[in-house]
Design a protein around this ligand. Structure first.
Ligand code: NAD
Length: 263
């Protein structure tokens, strides 16, 4: 299937590793020019070099803390200076701290709201006018299965992903007449560095093996395994493509069947 993505420009946030990187790689394979950001400049430049080398597309890496609006503004401006347009926005950020309500402070809520919700608003606010002008655009938010089925001990993620979902659904209706779609893609347990490290931390703490820690998650997944980042990225590429022109306001999981609800 030709996704019709060749020659488009995408800004992929938090893309030095994990799911963001996998999405960037998939888009590069489709001939999309990239603006990537992350906080760690060494890792980010390594990722940019790797993708540029492999896919021969232009890749711009801008070190950015997505918790800071002024850095997001700089990221957008650098991307516009380099490419003149941004057709696709993929929002993403590192996960918030785990914890139950009584163990989290006001500061925890403020920081996580800033990262998980405000960064999405900031990025969207910036890219929208030029998308509207051209009558074409794709906004895809990487959220979590937690937005459909709350995960124990993750009250920050459960709450803030739901806020992003409400925002995205409303915005999708507002800007649909301009040829711009807004969707959410919900990762389930996927084998990224973060998840591997989490399994190692649990294993050390509880005196079990990382495999045993992982199997606690996989036992609840109908497919009985973790997802792979490239399986997630395949849907992301489709959702931002020309081919997904009539899909908007949707939240689609890539979770091996983990979510138990009908919709
Ligand atoms: P990861 O830790 O592997 O990668 C996170 C990326 O975000 C890195 O590139 C990092 O540099 C960047 N980043 C972190 N904080 C940043 C900041 N303040 N500013 C700029 N960049 C920042 O994580 P991942 O596993 O790829 O997860 C990505 C998102 O998906 C997270 O929000 C996570 O909670 C969510 N998620 C992941 C899974 C999973 O199983 N991997 C499941 C559900 C939800």
């Amino acid at each position: 299937m030709d996704l019709g993505l060749k020659g488009k420009v995408a800004l992929v946030a938090a893309a030095s590793k994990g799911l963001g990187k996998a999405v960037a790689e998939e888009l590069a394979n489709e001939g999309v020019s990239l603006i990537l950001c992350a906080r760690d400049s060494v890792e980010l430049q390594k990722t940019c070099d790797e993708i540029r080398e492999k896919s021969k597309v232009p890749v711009l890496g801008i070190t950015t803390d997505l918790g800071k609006s002024e850095e997001i503004e700089k990221l957008y401006q650098s991307g516009m200076d380099e490419f003149g347009q941004i057709d696709i926005l993929v929002t993403n950020v590192g996960g918030p701290p785990a914890g139950i309500f009584e163990n989290l402070s006001r500061q925890n809520w403020e920081n996580s709201t800033n990262l998980l919700l405000t960064s999405v608003l900031d990025l969207t606010r910036l890219v929208l006018p030029q998308m509207k002008e051209r009558g074409w655009g794709r906004i895809l938010n990487i959220t979590s299965i937690a937005s459909k089925q709350p995960v124990d001990n993750l009250i920050l993620s459960n709450s803030l992903r739901a806020a992003v979902t409400g925002f995205a659904k409303t915005l999708a209706n507002e800007i649909a007449p301009f040829g711009i779609t807004v969707n959410n893609i919900l990762p389930g347990y996927t084998r990224t560095e973060r998840v591997i490290q989490l399994a190692e931390t649990i294993a050390q703490k509880e005196g079990i093996t990382p495999e045993e820690a992982t199997s606690r998650w996989t036992s609840e997944i109908p497919m009985k395994r973790l997802g792979e980042p490239h399986e997630f990225a395949a849907l992301a590429a489709f959702l931002v493509s020309e081919r997904a022109s009539y899909i908007t306001g949707s939240s689609i999981a890539v979770d091996g069947g983990w979510i138990k609800s009908l919709f």
